[in-house]
Design a protein around this ligand. Sequence first.
Ligand code: NAD
Length: 487
Amino acid sequence: MTTPVYENFINGHFLKNQTGDTFAVKNPATDEVIYHVEIADEFIQNAAIESAKQGFAAWSAMTPIERSRILLKAVAILRERNDELAKVEVLDTGKPWQEAECVDVETGADVIEYFAGLAPAQVGQQQMVGNDFYYTRKEPLGVCAGIGAWNYPLQIACWKSGPALAAGNAVIFKPSEETPLGAIKLAEIFIEAGVPAGVFNVVQGAAEVGQWLTANPNIEKVSFTGEVGTGKKVMASAAGSLKDVTMELGGKSPLLVFDDADVSQAVSAAMLGNFYTQGEICTNCTRIYVHKNVYQQFIDELKTRTEQNIIAGDPMDPEVNLGALISKKHQELVLGYIDKGIQEGATLLTGGKALSPASAPNGYFVEPTVFVDCKDDMTIVKEEIFGPVMSVLVFDDEDDVIQRANDTHLGLAAGVFTKDIQRAHRVIHQLQAGICWINSYGNSPAEMPVGGYKQSGIGRENGIETLDHYTQTKSIYVGMSNIESPF
Ligand code: NAD
């Protein structure tokens, strides 16, 4: 059986490359190639730049209300096609249908809807200075690049294009080479909704295509989602033409469970924050610090619920709540971290092995894994694993656990479980992280800005402030009296 071959999406349609080079995409749950994608060669790259420049001219000339109306049509189409798009995400990523069906498309559509609503509300300032005055305009940046990770492909494409397009920019988006289809579907939906050709282009490929985007002088901004190490390369390359950057990078986030917490709720949060999307979520609370008074109760309930309630298997089965990891290579990486945890003396509470469920025997599954008796200097406690591997640590003193939680170069997210309202805020204010939750974990509504402290990122996505990251301020001074000149 031949599999489809997808071309790059430029200037409102698919465009064939000249080299004929392609790459294969596998379904992580079956290890089978499901389609091929053409790599963006020089011909495609040049076409993408030309297309985006023309798209920008047409799009930025529209009023924000016109842009908003068109983007809202795209939102409606995304919602109508929820199930078709969710299936694309399940086949590309290996994540469970029960998640994709209600989260991936929905949270992407929400963000485009949010920014479509805000677009006409963006205003400049004006101020009198004597008899003269100045005013400011919020102008779009021009052509922006988006580079995505593979864990939430369509959602990431929506989170980057939503504010960029609402502000009047054109976008060249490069999805991860592991999950290229969702962005193509979004490009088709934008065209169907009436977004002019060239406003949203999709180029395909791996690091080299990303490097071309970050170095290209015609691109004004790069919004990147991926690993810290890649983010540093992207930023260094973007510096060559002094591009604006947004960096949504990795994390190793702490969750602090105090002895007055609702322990069952804290276990729910810990499981969500480690096993949802089979652990492939940047904000995951992979370091769980539990107060010594509730430690035993916490790990007993955690073990029982992990062993009884997790169903791995064919991700399209609506009962399945643990999917396959993105690739064989990533599965091996995660299993390598588990071995390291054992070698370094952590106690395996549950899990620890690869899984081969009957309904998806060739998939890249890893058992939900919990380590207890962890120490702060263990590799599994220090490094992002990006798989279903939780490390549980014990603490006894508030100040001490805050210091331990902050002892990392990362600062994406953090959480606190306690019934003491003063402690909740006191502690969360001291945690060095950009996205924090109290008695909750993982929710990320369109209205809430998200992004990292320290090496977890620069800039924010979502929330009002993100629109500012896609505009530049033009100040215009207006003289109302004769110029006084010594010349
Ligand atoms: P990655 O860094 O390997 O790749 C991300 C993207 O960058 C891909 O599209 C890849 O092709 C591209 N790329 C690779 N090298 C490049 C280069 N030199 N120049 C330009 N582009 C290049 O990350 P990944 O493995 O796809 O995703 C997992 C990582 O993403 C994890 O670290 C996770 O924490 C992070 N992540 C962060 C967020 C967030 O919002 N903070 C969200 C999702 C994922």
